[in-house]
Design a protein around this ligand. Structure first.
Ligand code: PRP
Ligand code: URA
Length: 209
């Protein structure tokens, strides 16, 4: 059974609170998304596999642990997931990046896929699926479905804000994956927006409406 991690680090909580504020502008929001992703990545990569390699220090040869960096893939869900990519890449710069395009139908709130391009060796990689918002969970469940269909077996989901409804849906559909959440919110409103949330993450990142 996958685990659920809700971050209690004060820096993450402070930055997420700033992102929620209506007064936070597009540039500030984007900067904060990158910073939070970086801080979350630090913890979400805690159990990455290491390999022992021989190196030479100025004193002698020795064996040390180093990351198997080529084994990671980052897959943002377009478009808001893009806001997390730079922060992740600061921590795991050798990761390959795939993309999944999904949007929620405004009437049904069901996810509609419009793009999917993943690294060809996705089945060998630990895949970090990124999306700031886990609301009904429809987009996350569909994205993980696609990634599993392409052969991936080791999948982690990272989001900024999650509603209980979305966590339940993702856990029920994909009980094997770990979920990392910066803040767990209260509920969804009648338009399936997270309350209190931060509004539409894509619009806040890119200044659209
Ligand atoms: C947002 C968000 C998630 C989805 C979450 O994307 O980035 O992908 O909604 O909602 P769900 O859990 O109910 O599926 P949106 O559909 O607004 O598309 P965008 O990123 O292109 O703005
Ligand atoms: N998508 C968003 O961007 N925000 C929400 O609150 C729910 C879905």
């Amino acid at each position: 059974m996958g685990k659920i991690y809700v971050f209690d680090h004060p820096l993450i909580q402070h930055k997420v609170s700033l992102m929620r504020m209506t007064s936070t502008n597009t540039k500030e929001f984007r900067d904060l998304a990158r910073e939070v992703a970086m801080l979350m990545a630090f913890e979400a990569t805690r159990n990455l596999p290491l390999e022992e390699v021989e190196i030479e220090t100025p004193i002698c040869k020795t064996r040390v642990n180093m990351l198997k960096g080529e084994d990671i893939a980052i897959v943002p869900i377009l478009r808001a997931g893009l806001g997390f990519v730079d922060g992740m890449l600061e921590i795991v710069p050798n990761a390959k990046v795939g993309h999944i395009g999904l949007y929620r139908d405004p009437e049904t709130h069901e996810p509609v896929e419009y793009y999917c391009k993943l690294p060809s060796d996705i089945e060998k990689r630990r895949v970090f699926v990124l999306d700031p918002m886990l609301a009904t969970g429809g987009s996350a469940v569909a994205a993980v479905d696609f990634i599993k269909q392409k052969g991936a077996q080791d999948i982690v989901f990272m989001c900024l804000i999650a509603a209980p409804e979305g966590i339940k849906a993702l856990q029920e559909a994909h009980p094997d994956i770990d979920i990392y959440i910066a803040a767990k919110d209260d509920h969804l409103n009648e338009n399936a927006y997270i309350v209190p949330g931060l509004g539409d993450a894509g619009d806040r990142l890119y200044g659209t409406r």
